[in-house]
Design a protein around this ligand. Structure first.
Ligand code: FAD
Length: 373
């Protein structure tokens, strides 16, 4: 006996949970997750930041389409804003000041500040080795746990089902219905949503489709202590070196330092690249007064990109009822609501919602068709 639904969503990361919650308003939804708990892969490993000017034009449109919800979610979703002020300082090392020009030209929200002002905001900077600094005040922290559990609650309140330890092993379509097999159970639904993060091309292959060419890229992060004489780092802005040799952000009294690595890998349970971490910490030590003597913890995660680095949101034209919600890259949390609303609009009404169209996006720029000749 198969369990019947209107829509089966594969993957319970931010993408799968958010689209499932929205679609469940008008359809019977089942989410299938291979791990024992949701949000185990990329979603549980982000550095929880909202940077409106991050990503290409399509990504920025989805960021903007998410901003209102993140600033003021419905009270029944979450009782307060999901964003908190953080700010971001971009720095250029001595001799590399011109590298900031492009960033400065990108948005009027990004302004140049003196090295002294940068140091006043971020006291560990070694201004003598820097040439210039920029400030993007509007950068925020995202409460990822509150956001994810909000979608989970919303889905449950709409009678959606979440099945963990349910790895999708095969997909076949017969009589206008997808049959989705896991080791324990089978499911049937006219629509399948592929929200499997780094595994989206593997899921397509199970459905007999050629891959669209996604690349998972590993990113590593180290947690280091902050020596007491520096005071509490909690109010410090995020800081990124313009050549992407490192970035760092405070978190609960410690610093998260990433070498901003982007190594293409096969989908897997990612772990930190120790060499990349060592290199990133070396650059971090050059730019700051902190000498790293101890790393408390490291982790890695996958950021999965399409070939043009934009999200892929739409029905696959090669078969019926196979929907892609993929390629969230390094922006899947901050663009999550706009992406999920787009996906739900296309699944339920064959159209993007007005809140997404008003950012200038069209379904064509999101559709998988652009990778199929
Ligand atoms: C170090 C790091 C920092 C980041 N920082 C930020 C940030 O500051 N801001 C931001 O917006 N984004 C950030 N990101 C990116 C963000 O985390 C991702 O874009 C987002 O989490 C992707 O969500 P997802 O649901 O697509 O993928 P995932 O969270 O990976 O979810 C996909 C799910 O599909 C499941 N799955 C796969 N195959 C199957 C199968 N066969 N059957 C059933 N289930 C399956 C997996 O188990 C997984 O749970 C960061 C990422 C990393 C790694």
């Amino acid at each position: 006996m198969s369990i019947k639904a209107d829509v089966v969503v594969i993957g319970a990361g931010m993408a799968g949970m958010a689209v499932a919650a929205h679609v469940a308003e008008a359809a019977n939804v089942v989410v299938l997750e291979m791990e024992q708990q949701p949000a185990f892969h990329s979603t549980g490993r982000s550095v929880a930041t909202y940077i409106e000017n991050y990503g290409n034009e399509v990504v920025r449109g989805l960021n903007r389409a998410s901003a209102r919800f993140l600033n003021k979610p419905d009270p029944e979703f979450w009782h307060s804003a999901l964003l908190k002020d953080r700010g971001l300082i971009y720095l250029a090392m001595a001799g590399n000041g011109d590298a900031l020009n492009e960033m400065l030209a990108q948005s009027s929200d990004i302004v140049e500040i003196s090295l002294e002002e940068a140091k006043a905001r971020l006291p560990i900077l070694r201004t003598e080795v820097l040439s210039r600094t920029l400030l993007e005040e509007g950068v925020k922290d995202i409460d990822v746990d509150a956001m994810f559990s909000g979608y989970r609650r919303l889905l449950r309140s709409r009678d959606g089902q979440i099945n963990c330890s349910a790895e999708v092993t095969s997909l076949s379509r017969d009589n206008n219905v997808w049959r989705v097999e896991t080791a324990k159970e089978s499911f049937e639904a006219p629509v399948v949503v592929n929200a499997a993060g780094a595994w989206v091309d593997k899921i397509a292959a199970k459905a007999g489709l050629e891959p669209l060419g996604f690349t998972p890229k590993r990113r590593s992060v180290a947690t280091i202590p902050v020596p007491e004489e520096n005071g509490s780092p909690d109010a410090w802005p995020l800081c990124a070196e313009i050549g992407e040799s490192f970035y760092f952000k405070s978190d609960a009294g410690k610093l998260l330092v990433s070498p901003a690595d982007e190594t293409p890998v096969e989908p897997h349970d990612a772990f930190a690249d120790d060499m990349a971490i060592a290199e990133g910490l070396h650059h971090f030590s050059e730019a700051t007064t902190i000498e790293v003597s101890r790393v408390e913890h490291t982790w890695g995660g996958l950021r999965t990109f399409s070939a043009d680095k934009s999200h892929v949101i739409g029905f696959d034209p090669r078969t019926e009822g196979f929907f892609w919600f993929a390629g969230q890259g390094g922006y899947g949390i901050q663009s999550g609501e706009g992406g999920a609303r787009s996906a739900a609009g296309l699944i339920l009404n064959d159209a993007l919602p007005a809140s997404v169209e008003s950012t200038g996006l069209s379904s064509a720029v999101l559709a998988p068709d652009r990778f199929l000749s």
